[in-house]
Design a protein around this ligand. Structure first.
Ligand code: ZN
Length: 247
């Protein structure tokens, strides 16, 4: 086996682990933001409904006051009925009183609507207020966990990057070039030969080339995709069950 082969395979494992960690590390800020946004939406909805409830209460007080005022007017107009001199003036006054009574009915309908609204708002505000602290601490705990996870991933990635430097330093520069080129263009750079084919691009190897890989200590790359190849001894090749070499 070529001295670089084991190292370059480890390098690929390290790079894959770095890739997984980087994806996780990069995703965490968005996850934190999402949790925070959800809490902010909840707090905003709570504040909005509290504000609306206060408006509702003020509107009902105003409408109550207006009803009192119209009632006072009606009572005054009813007294004036006895004082009018003409039939027409009497009719006009009755008409006015009817208008005022209709106004009271319409205000009272609105009061009823607002009472129903207030009931819903009170129930929401009451429930939300009870959940406020637990929601805040739940979100704080979740964010703390995510930040801890991110710090752990960053530390792990840091030590893998150190390991990577050691591995790269141990490889010949030509192997590093082959590896980096295949990794850049193919994703995976080191693949086993399985069933006399490159397991990266599945192209069947020429018999002579296949034979060379099995027997020589040189470093081989797939003639079709450029990946570094290593020979994987399989149970089928040896005719023995269960001796598959770990990849
Ligand atoms: Zn290939």
């Amino acid at each position: 086996m070529h001295p670089d082969l084991q190292t370059v395979r480890e390098l690929q494992d390290v790079d894959q682990s770095i890739g997984v960690l980087t994806a996780r590390i990069d995703a965490i800020p968005a996850q934190i933001k999402q949790i925070q946004d959800q809490l902010n939406q909840f707090l905003h909805a709570y504040e909005e409904r509290k504000k609306r409830l206060a408006e509702n209460q003020k509107e009902r007080r105003d409408m109550d006051a207006e009803v009192q005022m119209v009632r006072a007017k009606i009572s005054k107009h009813k007294d004036q009925l006895y004082e009018v001199k003409t039939n027409e003036a009497y009719k006009a006054m009755v008409h006015e009183i009817e208008g005022e009574e209709a106004k009271i009915r319409s205000i009272e309908d609105r009061i009823l609507d607002e009472m129903a609204e207030a009931e819903q708002l009170e129930s929401y505000v009451h429930d939300a207020a009870a959940r406020l602290d637990s929601e805040r601490s739940r979100v704080a705990a979740e964010i703390k966990d995510l930040e801890a996870e991110r710090a752990k991933d960053l530390a792990e990635r840091g030590s893998l990057e150190e390991r990577r430097q050691t591995l790269v330093a141990a490889l010949s520069s030509s192997t590093v070039r082959l590896y980096e080129r295949a990794r850049k263009s193919r994703g995976t750079a080191v693949v086993p030969v399985i069933d006399a084919s490159c397991s990266g691009c599945h192209v069947r190897l020429r018999p002579q080339f296949y034979n060379e890989i099995r027997t020589s200590d040189a470093l081989h790359t797939c003639e079709s995709c450029g990946r570094i190849l290593f020979y994987l001894e399989l149970a089928t090749d040896k005719g023995v069950e269960g001796t598959r070499v770990a990849m």
